[in-house]
Design a protein around this ligand. Structure first.
Ligand code: G1P
Length: 289
């Protein structure tokens, strides 16, 4: 099997209910974190991790995402004529940074079903999955950290972090045996268990390296939590024939699919922004006094 992860899948078909009404008529993935839409952070992470081809699994009302990664002919002409070269480069770079493909999930049947739409695109190779609700701020891109783990431990790799026990019902939770500094061999995993039933407080975040056998497993996976086909269940069904590892990534994860996480991400990235950081910090200090 190939050792490099050159393909990634980004499911973007979700409704964004936790961010309503902002997401009533626009995709949540297009809401800006400082000056870039959320989805761009995730695409950039994939590119910086060595990914060359990305499949976006979209749904209805998501066309703005396709337009965003396309050329903006009139806008570019206007910027060119006005000599705004710097902005022109920024805008053009968005459409040229990587090859992006699209497929539409016609019915929202769950994350597992969304990922199943990538079967043809993936074509027998291991691949990354990045959930656009999870934005990870780290020195080494999270998916790159995971591809490094994959080279040593070929198999399924899940990014994980410890969460307060009361929050297990928000995540896929693993039961694992620690085999390295940040690494676990996964023995079991369960989607969104109540704290009483959770095998640990080690939660899956939205980064996966999957092997092509996931598609066979997905074909046999019945709807689970919330009546949806869950990727967690499909990975669980793989445990009998494949190694699954959980890797505690280095970095900070923001859940930008909900209001507080979205605000936190904006503050964190604004403070790090070259142009805005200092001024923004000064402002924050002022209003907090
Ligand atoms: C999904 C997965 C869950 C995982 C989470 C990470 O849930 O099903 O296992 O822990 O992403 O963000 P969602 O948050 O989309 O409901």
């Amino acid at each position: 099997m190939k050792n490099d992860i050159k393909k990634a899948v980004i499911p973007v078909a979700g409704f964004g209910t936790r961010l309503l009404p902002a997401t009533k008529a626009q995709p949540k993935e297009m809401l800006p974190i400082v000056d870039k839409p959320a989805v761009q952070y995730v695409v950039e992470e994939a590119v910086q991790s060595g990914v060359e081809n990305i499949l976006l699994v979209t749904g209805r009302n998501k066309r703005a995402i396709e337009d965003y990664f396309d050329y903006a002919v009139e806008l570019e002409r206007e910027l060119e004529e006005k000599g705004k070269t710097e902005l022109l480069n920024v805008v053009r770079n968005v459409s040229e940074m990587v090859s992006i493909y699209y497929v539409r999930q016609k019915i929202a049947k769950g994350l597992g079903d969304a990922i199943y739409h990538a079967k043809g695109f993936v074509n027998g190779e291991p691949f990354g999955v990045l959930l656009a609700d999870d934005i990870i701020d780290s020195e080494v891109p999270c998916l790159k950290q995971m591809t490094d783990v994959y080279k040593e431990h070929p198999g399924v790799i899940l990014a994980v972090m410890k969460v307060p026990m009361r929050d297990t019902k928000l995540y896929g939770i693993i039961e694992g045996k620690r085999i390295g500094d940040r690494l676990y061999e996964v023995k079991d995993l369960v989607e969104k268990p109540e704290p009483m039933k959770a095998p640990s407080n080690i939660a899956i975040v939205g980064r996966y390296i999957l092997t092509p056998s996931i598609f066979e497993s997905l074909e046999k996976t019945l709807p689970g939590k919330n009546g949806e086909v869950q990727i967690t269940d499909a990975i669980r069904n793989l445990l009998i024939k494949e190694k699954v590892y959980a890797y505690e990534f280095e970095g900070t994860r923001f859940d930008v699919g909900e209001k507080l996480g979205y605000l936190k991400a904006n503050v964190a990235f604004a403070l790090k922004n070259k142009e805005l950081g200092e001024k923004f910090k000064k402002y924050l200090k002022e209003i907090l006094q």
